[in-house]
Design a binder for this molecule. Structure first.
Ligand code: GLN
Length: 517
């Protein structure tokens, strides 16, 4: 371990230290709560990764792990390791808002399956992380509770929707975090914060208790600072769940074994396809430079790198922005002022249920949620359904066929995760289409249901900000992401002489936004 400060360790290193009795789970938890107190602040002056910090719950959970260890009980390898939970996952007794005023103050009566599995493995939840409202966005600026700031530069976005989870990792407020990825909300925040994020195969992680955005695209997954840590978390989160009818009835792919094998740095015999359509025009020069260098590292590891074409991925973004709003408009209909959270009753006598719904939805949803509800309702209306929703579904099938054809030639596909590094807070807020374009490379995997990983491959020379590389694999072959990702990570760490996050300027001296260091 390179540092005496345990918040700088990897989750795997923390697990080893806990098992060896070098420190207790309570001590490790306190170190992270202190770090949160030091850097998280508010949306105005800090990282603001957390919407709710559950210090008492975390210390109690850590105490229980320490007591069980002292009593000699068998424990999961990650028992006592802290984790931050995206606020889209329901947590019994702990507030859950999905970043929306609609759910402010709501305390769920049950745990999402993922959350239950984390608890059962003894992971210590530090609290709930900030996100774009109902996971709609690429910057966390659509959170009803103010944005999260990127620990690399507090005036920049940490990605979205899961910017809170990614920023918590990059700011060393937590070693592990959970995310959900409907069009990139795990991978894009990972890319712009220099962390690792994985969207598993659709159905690989239970959606039970994950507040739904677009049910045919949503997928929970792990966020971490290293590929191995992501694999360790993936194994805990994943697996069949009878409470989710789209959950895959199959074992979790051997992700941890693949990460350990990959870390040896040997990719002999692995065929890597570069997706021609996900590079080039519109991609920032520094993103392309780091991506091209990473390809050279893959070749040096013994992989065969070839170019492949997936012509229909160019239409994926357009199809996504019909399918997602359609499903979202249907899922969000449940927020009606009758059953959950906010209820706004207009003034006057004889107020109708419809008026209550109207007033509640007007006050409870932010602009982006309203925009997508209106778009989705329109796309699904009779007369337009075939032209919009129906056509988008056909494009979805074509994207799936493109990937199937590509995977007949290669084992994994790669691309830059996003066209640019982290943009400035406010830069794309008034231009939804510019914001949507940031997900051009991540969205195709959700349409096809295939797994994807983003891992850091360096800093863009023009702005010194992290660049992510995306690896895609066929459905149920999530382990390939980890093998290739770990091999690339091992070579890059050797080239850099240490983790990329050690070079994050705002972390070395966690200056508050707007306050000169
Ligand atoms: N940024 C994308 C969107 O706005 C993806 C969101 C997500 O994956 N939840 O829809």
């Amino acid at each position: 371990m390179s540092s005496t400060d345990p918040t700088r360790w990897t989750a795997a290193e923390m697990a080893t230290a806990l098992a060896g009795g070098d420190l207790s789970a309570v001590e490790l938890t306190r170190a992270h709560l202190d770090r949160i107190a030091e850097v998280d602040g508010t949306a105005e002056d800090g990282v603001h990764a957390f919407l709710h910090v559950d210090a008492d719950g975390a210390l109690a959970a850590a105490g229980a792990v320490d007591a069980a260890r002292a009593a000699g009980e068998a424990q999961h390898a990650l028992a006592g390791v802290p984790i931050a939970v995206k606020d889209i996952m329901v947590t019994a007794g702990v507030p859950t808002t999905a970043g929306s005023r609609m759910l402010a103050g709501w305390v769920p009566p049950y745990d999402a399956t993922v959350v239950r599995r984390l608890r059962e493995a003894g992971l210590v939840s530090l609290g709930k992380t900030n996100m774009d409202e109902f996971a709609m966005g690429s910057s966390t600026e659509h959170s009803a509770f103010g944005p999260t700031r990127n620990p690399w530069d507090l005036e920049r976005i940490p990605g979205g929707s899961g910017g809170g989870s990614a920023a918590a990792l990059a700011a060393h407020e937590a070693p592990l975090a959970t995310g959900t990825d409907t069009g990139g909300s795990i991978r894009q925040p990972a890319a712009v914060t220099g962390t690792v994020g994985v969207k598993p195969t659709y159905g690989g992680v239970s959606r039970y208790g994950l507040i739904a955005l677009a049910s045919s695209l949503d997928q929970g997954g792990p966020c971490a600072r290293t590929v191995l840590d992501a694999a360790l978390l993936h194994e805990v989160m994943g697996g069949h769940d009878p409470l989710d009818s789209t959950s895959l009835d199959a074992p979790v792919p051997p992700v941890v074994a693949a990460a350990r094998e990959g870390a040896r740095g040997d990719l002999a015999g692995v065929r890597v396809g570069v997706v021609r359509e996900l590079d080039g025009e519109g991609y920032q020069p520094g993103v392309r430079t780091r991506f091209t260098e990473a390809l050279a590292h893959l070749e040096a590891a013994g992989a065969e790198v070839v170019e492949v074409s997936c012509p229909n991925v160019e239409h994926a973004l357009a199809a996504y922005y019909l399918i997602l709003p359609s499903e979202a408009s249907s899922n969000l209909a449940r927020f009606d002022g009758m059953r959950y959270g906010l209820r706004v009753v207009p003034e006057g006598d004889a107020v109708t249920a419809e008026q209550v719904m109207g007033a509640t939805r007007a006050a409870g949803f932010g602009d982006e949620a309203k925009r997508r509800i209106i778009l989705g309702t329109y796309a699904l209306s009779s007369g337009y359904y075939d032209a919009y929703y129906g056509s988008a579904q056909k494009v979805r099938t074509l994207v799936q066929r493109d990937f199937a054809a590509a995977f007949a030639e290669v084992d994994v596909l790669v691309s830059p995760t996003c066209p640019t590094t982290a943009f400035r807070l406010g830069e794309k807020l008034e231009d939804p289409l510019a914001m949507y374009l940031n997900d051009v490379a991540t969205i195709p995997a959700n349409l096809a249901g295939i797994p994807g990983m983003s891992l850091p491959v360096g800093l863009a020379e023009e702005d010194g900000l992290p660049v992510g590389l995306q690896v895609l694999a066929p459905a149920m072959a999530d382990d390939r992401l980890y093998r290739v990702g770990a091999a690339l990570e091992a070579r890059l760490l050797a080239a850099w002489g240490g983790p990329l996050l050690d070079r994050a300027p705002a972390l070395a001296a966690p200056a508050r936004a707007g306050v000169p260091a």
